[in-house]
Design a protein around this ligand. Structure first.
Ligand code: 13P
Length: 262
C-alpha cells in the first residue's frame, strides 16, 4: 500500500520559552518557512509550548493565519473539578489546540505516570477531539534486558485501551537513552521499532488506522540527521526537543524533503 501519510515535524519545547518568547519564535518560524516556500500539505509543522504560552500562540496563529499547528505537552485525565494545577482537555480544545503530547518519558519518570494514566489521558484527549501524541520508548536497561521493541509495544498496547478504530492518534517512539543525549537511534533502529508499533496498531485496531496513523521518531533529532529517519517507510516524522528551540534548525528539520531527495 502506498504511504499517503502527511509527515509531521513536531517541536516539544518542554519547559522553555515564556509567552513573549513564544510569540517571537512562532513568528520567526513562519517567516523562515514561508521564505523557503514550505509545503505544509507535504510536511505539517507543529509546536508544543508550555501551557502559559498557548493562548498567545493561538492568538498569533489565528490573527496572522499561520499554517503552523500547535498542541500542549500534557493534559489531565479528569474532566473538571478539584484537581489543583491540572489542565483539562476541554480547556485545550477551547483554545483550538489540535494536539496534546501524552506519556512523554519525562512525565513517566519524573511524575510517575503509568501506562494506565497514559491510557486515561489519551481517552480524555480523544473525547474532546484533540489528537493525542502518545509517547512510548525504552530505557537503555530495557533495551539490554528485553530487546528493542518489547517495552514500547507493551506501552502502546495499554495506551490503546480506549482508542477506537476511527480515532485519530499520533504515536511517537522516543527511546529514553536517545533523548537529550546527542546519541540518536540509527534510522534502522527507529524503523524496526516504528514497524513493530504499526503492527501493534494493525493487530489491535485494524488496517485502516495502522495505515493512516503517523508514527514519529524522537531523540536527538537535528537537521543533519532527519533525512536518514525520513527515508524509512514506517517513520512519518519527528518529535524534536532541543533542536526545536532554534528557529533555523527547526525550520531546517521541517524542510527535510529538500535535503532528502524525496
Ligand atoms: P531531544 O530532541 O532534545 O533529544 O528531545 C526529544 C524529546 O524528548 C522530544 O519530546
Amino acid at each position: 500500500m502506498v504511504n499517503t501519510r502527511t509527515a509531521l515535524i513536531a517541536g516539544n519545547w518542554k519547559m522553555n520559552l515564556d509567552h513573549l518568547q513564544a510569540i517571537a519564535f512562532v513568528q520567526k518560524l513562519a517567516w523562515a518557512l514561508d521564505d523557503a516556500k514550505h509545503d505544509y500539505a507535504a510536511v505539517e509543522v507543529a509546536v508544543f509550548p508550555p501551557f502559559t504560552d498557548l493562548r498567545s500562540v493561538q492568538t498569533l496563529i489565528s490573527a496572522d493565519k499561520l499554517k503552523v499547528a500547535f498542541g500542549a505537552q500534557d493534559v489531565s485525565a479528569q474532566e473538571s473539578g478539584a484537581y489543583t494545577g491540572e489542565i483539562s482537555a476541554a480547556f485545550l480544545a477551547k483554545l483550538d489546540a489540535q494536539y496534546v503530547i501524552i506519556g512523554h518519558s519525562e512525565r513517566r519518570t519524573l511524575h510517575n505516570e503509568t501506562d494506565e494514566v497514559v491510557a486515561a489521558k489519551t481517552a480524555a484527549a480523544l473525547k474532546h477531539k484533540l489528537v493525542p501524541v502518545i509517547c512510548v520508548g525504552e530505557t537503555a536497561e530495557d533495551l539490554e534486558k528485553h530487546g528493542p521493541s518489547a517495552v514500547p509495544v507493551a506501552q502502546l498496547e495499554v495506551a490503546l485501551g480506549q482508542v477506537s478504530a476511527d480515532s485519530e492518534i499520533v504515536v511517537a517512539y522516543e527511546p529514553v537513552w536517545a533523548i537529550g543525549s546527542g546519541q540518536a537511534a540509527t534510522p534502522e533502529q527507529a524503523e524496526q521499532v516504528c514497524a513493530a508499533l504499526r503492527s501493534t496498531l494493525r493487530e489491535k485496531l485494524g488496517d485502516a488506522i495502522a495505515d493512516r496513523t503517523r508514527i514519529l521518531y524522537g531523540g536527538s533529532v537535528k537537521s543533519s540527521n532527519i533525512a536518514g529517519f525520513m527515508r524509512e517507510p514506517n517513520v512519518d516524522g519527528a518529535l524534536v526537543g532541543g533542536a526545536s528551540l532554534d528557529v533555523n534548525e527547526f525550520a531546517g528539520i521541517a524542510r527535510f524533503p529538500q535535503h532528502v531527495g524525496l
